[in-house]
Design a protein around this ligand. Structure first.
Ligand SMILES: NC(=O)c1ccc[n+]([C@@H]2O[C@H](COP(=O)([O-])OP(=O)(O)OC[C@H]3O[C@@H](n4cnc5c(N)ncnc54)[C@H](O)[C@@H]3O)[C@@H](O)[C@H]2O)c1
Ligand SMILES: [Zn+2]
Ligand SMILES: [Zn+2]
Length: 374
């Protein structure tokens, strides 16, 4: 079949993207679904900073690439061997497919799935296939999802069924921003009631972490960003205090508010500077969790003796250490009960043709989660 898709042909074009247009909306061919695969009509796809990182080259992927990894849609056809999904089912995509058999999946850590991560690196589905092509030349799938397309084909292991009552525009965010931000707090750090939390970087992921900290009963919850309007937004989602980076030493401000540093500091900005800030904002004996994804060559330097003498913990968090089959339904239920106000992350919708303008708004910090309606 034919489908309209936003394709990244080349990385590193400069801003403004409205002028340089790194994503080209093209009519491409889509095959399948093959064995173990599912054809999904994408109804909503969020613009995440990780998409921007693919465009600007911070996170390089094989090209050409059908971009987009945070999405929800409706099953239109299932391939052979898919017995537990049917046409008409609503699904959220997981940006790591979970093979179910590798050592990580077996250990209950499917977000680190060996085969899933390898398939993602190669820009292929977990089945090994690439289903998009342009004039006979195969295209790569972004994280097994390739969501900025009217239709996409995904491995069964990249999909989680959801109740039909959930609006798909909101549901999309559970695949990345919510899984990552809420998961970092509840799964990776396991923040306990009354613990102090700082969140550094208040995009879709960081604001979801603020919501997660409120849900966990953390106090105080200090929201930190370069942009004052992001800090204001966080206050409405459960942050008890706000710090704007640039108004003096932000780490010192967090240390003051929390009486010596946060028990848990989450870096959700994607820069080494923010990681260092998060580490300095953590108390003795505390836990610093990194969620952002800086460029692969960047190194992080920390005071070595402090790690030992202050008994610090530094933890990475990928996809919020989530098991999507467990956590998407769990977090959706909390949203539906009014305990995770995920709707508040939505900044608006845009057609596929306006995706480059959307990248500019994300890069400039004007938007939290814009939803592409392909
Ligand atoms: N670990 C994962 O599984 C995972 C999943 C999704 C996204 N990410 C990464 O998380 C990061 C955030 O993603 P997002 O979509 O929320 O991004 P975003 O662009 O929407 O938000 C980032 C925020 O960080 C702020 N910021 C930048 N530098 C800062 C600094 N030094 N101190 C404080 N704040 C700073 C920006 O002003 C912005 O508000 C990105 O690096 C993204 O690639 C990781
Ligand atoms: Zn993402
Ligand atoms: Zn696995």
């Amino acid at each position: 079949m034919k489908t309209k898709a936003a394709v990244l042909l080349e990385m590193g074009r400069p801003m403004p993207y409205a002028a340089t247009r790194p994503l080209e909306v093209l009519e491409v061919d889509l095959e399948g679904p093959g064995l173990g695969e599912v054809l999904v009509e994408v109804k909503a796809a969020g613009l995440c900073h990780s998409d921007l990182s693919a465009v600007d080259g911070t996170r390089p992927w094989p090209l050409p690439l059908v971009l987009g990894h945070e999405a929800a849609g409706i099953v239109r056809a299932v391939g052979p061997g898919v017995g537990d999904l049917a046409e008409g089912d609503h699904v959220v995509f997981s940006f790591v497919p979970m093979c179910g058999n590798c050592r990580y999946c077996a250990a209950g850590r499917p977000h680190l799935c060996e085969r899933g991560v390898q398939a993602n690196r190669e820009g292929r589905l977990l089945t090994g296939a690439r289903r998009f092509s342009l004039e006979g030349r195969p295209l790569h799938h972004h994280l097994g999802v390739a969501a900025f397309s009217q239709f996409t084909v995904a491995a069964r292991e990249s999909l989680v069924p959801i109740p039909k009552e959930v609006p798909l525009e909101t549901a999309a965010l559970f695949g990345c921003a919510v899984a990552t931000g809420v998961g970092a707090v509840l799964n990776t750090a396991r923040v306990e009631e009354g613990a102090s939390v700082a969140v550094l970087g208040l995009g879709g992921v960081g604001l979801a972490a603020v919501m997660g900290a409120a849900l966990a009963g953390a106090h105080p919850i200090v929201a930190v960003d370069l942009l004052p309007h992001k800090v204001e937004l966080a206050r409405g989602l459960g942050a008890t205090h706000g710090v704007v980076v640039g108004d003096g030493d932000a780490a010192e401000a967090v240390r003051e508010i929390t009486g010596g540093g946060a028990d848990y500091a989450f870096e959700t900005a994607g820069s080494v500077a923010a990681m260092e800030l998060a580490y300095r904002a953590t108390r003795r004996g505390g836990v610093t969790v990194t969620v952002g994804l800086p460029q692969p060559e960047r190194m992080l330097a920390l005071p070595a003796v402090g790690l030992t003498a202050e008994e610090r913990t530094l933890k990475g968090s990928y996809m919020g250490s989530s098991n999507p089959r467990r956590d998407v339904p769990r977090f959706l239920a909390l949203y539906r009960a009014g305990r995770l106000p995920v709707d508040r992350l939505l900044t608006g919708t845009l057609p596929l043709e306006a995706i480059n303008e959307g990248l500019d708004r994300l890069a400039q910090g004007e938007a939290v989660r814009q939803i592409v309606i392909p």
